[in-house]
Design a protein around this ligand. Structure first.
Ligand SMILES: Cc1cc2nc3c(=O)[nH]c(=O)nc-3n(C[C@H](O)[C@H](O)[C@H](O)COP(=O)(O)O)c2cc1C
Length: 359
């Protein structure tokens, strides 16, 4: 039996199938970081996924790093997101919001007025970011958070989880990789602290665990997920022992009762992050990176995961579930419109189901 199409329950989330839409930053929010109408269409078109993980979204103005990425820290954003969640729910879908605090992966020109870029230590990321107004720009030299400010940032995540629920999301996913704030605490090059958030591994994972606990305390652990990619160096982060980091994180989260762990294939040769996660985490596991329908089905049949997420295939295949079910060919996406404003290359990819109605 192909278990991709079997329903499943992850914590408080009821999924109609095991096909998850992975989070993708597509830069279709306004320059004020408020979701737009094309985002309503885009997510509604993909509602047959068992679960949509909506794109990386900032829990605070300080957490914005990129242009036209959404936030969930003011009323306008909450109202706009509500249009998205209502459209997805009206089509029977489930949708959680990925919370992405960029920390030091931020450029001044992309940030809301009055906000600042923050990180565990005042060390700039060796990365350049696209800005609408200045082209490619250097990342900011971040402000090193004080202990009181760390507590405030954790409070921002907590409030963002509550805001996401107020906007109708079924839950939230913490973005714990790709060099954003949680990973900036874990990595030894971006975290030079000497207090209880720096130094030994148990201190460097503390921020991630405290954020998860705060969000779980606010909306229930059964509505909170975590995304990891062990050893991912993206955005200039050094993890000298990704396996030890993964094992420490798994031990830290295993008792929390999270809805799921969403794990990407590790780029580190020989590090089988899926197997380590399956062994060290007793909750639901979503695996990601490079899957097609057949390889995804094999993961489920082998018992290696409970669901598989797809990112790139979802760009040009809004009805991916139906196409996989029917064994149809998958469409290819245009990389030139990945981050451009407006509907082109975003909410205008046809659904096969729609085409057959029109024919
Ligand atoms: C355009 C684009 C934007 C992405 N944005 C995010 C993001 O906001 N958050 C995140 O965790 N991963 C992001 N990713 C990574 C994907 O979720 C996924 O892990 C990766 O594309 C591998 O999965 P795939 O082989 O199914 O595409 C992005 C990927 C792409 C192609």
């Amino acid at each position: 039996m192909n278990t991709l199409f079997a329903p499943v329950r992850f914590g408080d989330l009821e999924l109609a199938n095991r096909i998850v839409m992975a989070p993708m930053t597509r830069s279709r929010a306004g320059s004020d970081h408020v979701p737009t109408a094309v985002m309503v269409d885009y997510y509604a078109q993909r509602a047959s996924a068992g679960l949509i993980v909506a794109e990386g979204t900032s829990p605070s103005a300080d957490g914005i790093g990129y242009c036209r990425t959404p936030g969930i820290y003011n009323d306008e954003q909450i109202q706009a997101w509500r249009q998205v969640t209502e459209a997805v729910h009206a089509r029977g879908g489930r949708i959680v919001l990925q919370l992405m605090h960029c920390g030091r992966v931020a450029a001044r020109a992309n940030k809301p007025a009055g906000s600042r870029s923050v990180a565990p230590s005042s060390v700039a990321a060796n990365a350049k970011l696209f800005t609408d107004t200045e082209g490619m720009a250097d990342t900011d030299l971040p402000h090193a958070l004080t202990l009181d400010e760390i507590a405030e940032v954790i409070g921002d995540y907590r409030q963002a989880a509550l805001n996401a629920r107020a906007a109708g999301f079924d839950g939230v996913e913490l973005h714990g990789t790709s060099g954003y704030l949680p990973m900036q605490f874990i990595a030894t090059n971006s975290n030079q602290r000497e207090d209880r958030y720096g130094g030994p591994l148990e201190n460097r994972i503390r921020f991630t665990l405290e954020v998860l606990e705060a969000m779980a305390g606010a909306i229930g652990a059964g509505r909170v997920g975590l995304r990891l990619c062990p050893g991912n160096p993206y955005n200039d982060v050094d993890d000298l022992n990704p396996q030890a980091t993964l094992e420490a994180l798994l031990a830290g989260i295993d008792g929390l009762g999270l809805a799921y762990l969403h794990i990407m294939r590790s780029p580190v040769p020989g590090l089988d992050a899926f197997a380590i996660a399956r062994q060290g985490f007793s909750g639901a596991l979503i695996v990601n990176d490079g899957f097609d329908g057949d390889s995804a089905a094999r993961q489920l049949e082998a018992g290696a995961a409970d669901a598989v997420s797809f990112a790139r295939h979802y760009i040009a295949n809004p009805d991916l579930v139906e196409r996989l079910r029917e064994g149809q060919a998958l469409a290819r996406f245009d990389r030139h419109t990945l981050y451009s404003p407006g509907p082109a290359g975003y909410s205008d990819y046809p659904s096969r189901a729609l085409e057959s109605v029109l024919e």
